[in-house]
Design a protein around this ligand. Structure first.
Ligand code: C2G
Length: 130
């Protein structure tokens, strides 16, 4: 069984997120999705997230695309998760190309094309969230 993992904030879950999860899922038989905790997003400078962790997890679960949902809480957790869950493939959007090459010591790393024209930032603007 090929186990795939991906991570994200998944704020205001949208078409770009859905397409990313669909393609990550196709890389194997079991997809684990790591959703960032509020504190971890704060620590990495992502300060304008509109939805709580519980809401973001609910949306990822409701997509029906994740076999397993976990919470990402600290820098360095990806290596621990890959080992703990015996992950074969790490997948992430192309906005991160090169940034996760260090994980190649532990599993395959695949960058998937980002969906153009949609983002959480855009949706927050449309919703007047600032
Ligand atoms: N994404 C996409 N197309 C978009 C928007 C997002 O393919 N139009 C992808 C991103 O490339 C990422 C995933 O959806 O793979 C989640 O995106 P975000 O919620 O913005 O999370 P991000 O900050 O990219 O999380 O540990 C956290 C991750 O390293 C990065």
């Amino acid at each position: 069984m090929t186990r795939v993992i991906t991570y994200g904030t998944f704020d205001l879950f949208h078409e770009g997120h859905r397409r990313l999860l669909e393609r990550a899922r196709e890389l194997g038989d079991h997809l684990i999705v790591g959703v960032t905790s509020d504190a971890y997003d704060d620590s990495r400078g992502k300060l304008n997230v509109a939805q709580s962790l519980v809401e973001r997890i609910r949306n990822v679960t409701a997509s029906g695309l994740a076999d397993e949902v976990i919470v990402e809480e600290y820098e360095g957790q990806k290596i621990h998760d890959i080992q703990r869950y015996a992950v074969d493939v790490f997948a992430i959007g192309s906005d991160w190309v090169g940034k996760f090459d260090y994980l190649r010591d532990y599993c395959d790393v695949v960058y998937l094309d980002r969906t153009k024209g949609i983002s959480s930032t855009k949706l927050r603007e449309v919703n007047g969230g600032g």
